[in-house]
Ligand binder design. Structure first.
Ligand SMILES: NC(=O)c1ccc[n+]([C@@H]2O[C@H](COP(=O)([O-])OP(=O)(O)OC[C@H]3O[C@@H](n4cnc5c(N)ncnc54)[C@H](OP(=O)(O)O)[C@@H]3O)[C@@H](O)[C@H]2O)c1
Length: 344
């Protein structure tokens, strides 16, 4: 085994408060990591990164507005899966597969072992599913549909960014619960996929059906009971014209607004509709449900193994593809969970 490795890693070169981050903001550099036993602290492991989950929240690290602010020059952190190559903790052995939300976006790294969770390869779940259906997207979908949306059999459920990492699972979960589910997406191929492969009752392309109010009139003749909001902005405003009495709106994210300063963001003019119809709108962060992760993952694993929920993955290959994979989140080019494969 080598005593040192060269590792390419992505770091923050300058902040990107507006616009899609580009090569001015994040750059690749090569560092040398020593794998000699005396260079790895006790209760730390050295690992090779296999997969990195590419998520919209990563943009926050680059904004320069997060608190505490992430210093320039710092490596970008992400959820990922790695393989242990050296261990100074008896609980981890070489070859163990591990998951962590704090991996560097890099080829190799060294980290405290208490930030790592072992993956059991015998559980019959693919590594990719650990990052999608049984990972943060699946848990986020569950919280929005079950906990906030309180979706019931027969509920009319609307999901935006419905073919994305979170949306594609949220819609299928709502179908498992017996809801009528409609999604909005940015391409006709995604409309087809949702209806033909993911069990959605209806889906529409918001880039073609640009009058959202008219689209929602057409697809929700009986109004909306649950809205799983991934995009915010004009779509959220249109939804408020179609909510039923007592509707629930789970504010998961607002990706249409992330690349703008707040003064340029879309305002929502019809919040008044929430009053008379006693609508509940609640933002949530999946991390706040950490104590429920184990039970949620168990439930999602049953749906996955029974084939009731299928995951879709969009894989970018090689550490050098990170920038392209991150920027792709702000277009309509991907289907399913975006993942960077760093090694196999
Ligand atoms: N609250 C939480 O704890 C939590 C956790 C995870 C994710 N999230 C949020 O959940 C949302 C979905 O995340 P994800 O990981 O599943 O990402 P994703 O859906 O895989 O990727 C983003 C998708 O959003 C759509 N999009 C991009 N720019 C848009 C725009 N300007 N207007 C409308 N749609 C646009 C695109 O699909 P189409 O254009 O084809 O629809 C794109 O594929 C994001 O807002 C994210 O921040 C929140």
């Amino acid at each position: 085994m080598a005593t040192e490795v060269e590792s390419r890693e992505w770091y923050i070169a300058s902040y990107a408060p507006i616009g899609v981050p580009n090569s001015d903001h994040i750059k690749l550099r090569t560092v040398t990591l020593s794998l000699r036993a005396e260079c790895i602290p006790d209760n730390h492991v050295a690992f090779q990164i296999l997969y990195v989950s590419i998520d919209p929240y990563m943009r926050t690290q680059l904004s320069g507005l997060s608190l505490p602010q992430i210093p320039l020059g710092q490596v970008i952190r992400a959820l990922g899966i790695g393989k242990v190559i050296r261990s100074k903790d008896a609980k981890f052995s070489e070859g163990d597969l591990v998951l962590s939300p704090f991996f560097p976006v890099a080829e190799f790294g060294v980290m405290p072992s208490n930030l790592l969770q072992k993956i059991n390869p015998a559980d019959g779940v693919s590594l990719l599913d650990h990052l999608s259906c049984l990972g943060l997207p699946g848990i986020t979908a569950w919280v929005g549909i079950e906990k906030i949306g309180n979706a019931k059999e027969g509920s009319n459920v609307f999901i935006s960014a419905a073919a994305g990492g979170v949306g594609i699972i949220a819609g299928q979960l709502a179908k498992v619960k017996g809801c009528r589910v409609v999604g909005s997406v940015g391409s006709d191929d995604k409309v087809k996929l949702l209806k033909e492969e993911c069990g959605y009752d209806e889906a529409f392309n918001y880039r073609i059906e640009t009058d959202y109010d008219a689209a929602l009139t057409k697809y929700f003749p009986d109004g909306i009971d649950v809205y799983f909001d991934n995009v915010g902005g004009k779509m959220l405003e249109a939804v408020l014209n179609h909510v039923n009495h007592g509707a629930r709106i789970a504010l998961c994210g607002m990706i249409s607004e992330y690349n703008k300063v707040w003064t340029e963001r879309e305002g929502v003019r019809n919040l008044l509709n929430m009053v008379g119809k006693e609508v509940m709108m609640k933002g949530f962060m999946v991390g706040s449900y950490y104590n429920h992760f184990e039970e949620i993952i168990k439930e999602m694993e049953v749906h996955l193994k029974e084939g009731k929920i299928k995951s879709k993955h969009k894989i970018y290959n090689g550490i050098e593809s990170f920038l392209e994979s991150l920027a792709s989140l702000f277009s309509s080019s991907n289907v399913g969970k975006v993942i960077l494969q760093v090694a196999s």
